[in-house]
Design a binder for this molecule. Structure first.
Ligand code: 1Q0
Length: 211
């Protein structure tokens, strides 16, 4: 991972995460998240409670990727099959498998929806649009439904500390505004596709509400 964030790299990792058979490689999926965490860290300490949570979830998945059962953790599809067949998922309440790959990835999956909604707002925004508003609208439509009141409050405070739209465009390192908007237009269908494949897989296996 290089020190400066680039939207292009995020795009590339998500592109690499899709196999020919439209399965999702966990390795690249979490690499995409690592890029986003680096970006979030560059925004300041207000966001560290968020990035810490993402980092710990990435770590859980990395441990599976390098552990003795790693051959089952190549794609999200193989992980779901393996964990379900071997009763490795707490399905209704937290029990002996509080940190399964399935429930951990579900948290990132829900956050990916937030990202998709936020980036779509950013793409279609105008000069006087406020990032804090775009962020919180996207949040209320997605992740907020899964968060208790206290976290929603803390997230609301963090949103107020977001830099403005121009800064966002600059840190994406993808050229001038028109180029960023074009790249966003290219990235979003990919992110949406990865999201939808995961969503369908989780829905089919009744995993969307894992504790
Ligand atoms: C740039 C602004 C960042 C705004 C992030 C918005 C989402 C906030 C969510 C914060 C929740 C964090 C506190 C922990 C919550 C956990 O309880 C919760 C559930 O886990 P568990 O184990 O308790 O059941 N965790 C989650 O829901 C995961 C949350 C992940 C949030 C990930 C946000 C990632 C943001 C990335 C940077 C965005 C860059 C945007 C533009 C970049 C251009 C490509």
């Amino acid at each position: 991972m290089a020190d400066t964030f680039s939207l292009q790299r995020v795009l590339e990792t998500f592109r690499s995460s899709l196999s020919e058979k439209k399965e999702v490689y966990i390795k690249y999926y979490i690499a995409g998240w690592q890029e986003l965490v680096a970006f979030m860290n560059s925004l300041g300490n207000v966001f560290s409670f968020i990035s810490k949570d993402v980092v710990s979830k990435i770590q859980i998945l990395e441990n599976f990727l390098s552990g003795e059962n790693r051959s089952h953790y190549v794609t999200i599809q193989s992980m779901v099959k393996y964990e379900l067949e071997n009763d490795l998922v707490d399905l209704t309440k937290r029990g002996s498998h509080p940190e399964s790959g399935c429930r951990t990835l579900l948290r990132l999956h829900r956050a990916l929806r937030w990202l998709e909604l936020f980036l779509e707002r950013l793409r279609t925004s105008t000069e006087d649009s406020k990032t804090s508003v775009m962020c919180s609208d996207a949040y209320n439509e997605s992740l907020a439904q899964h968060h208790p009141w206290l976290i929603r409050k803390a997230v609301g405070v963090a949103f107020c500390a977001l830099p403005g739209r121009d800064t966002f465009f600059d840190v994406m390192n993808a050229g001038d505004h028109t180029q960023v908007v074009a790249l966003l237009g290219e990235s979003l269908p990919l992110i949406a596709e990865v999201y939808q494949i995961t969503e369908d897989l989780y829905a089919k296996n009744n995993l969307l509400e894992l504790p």
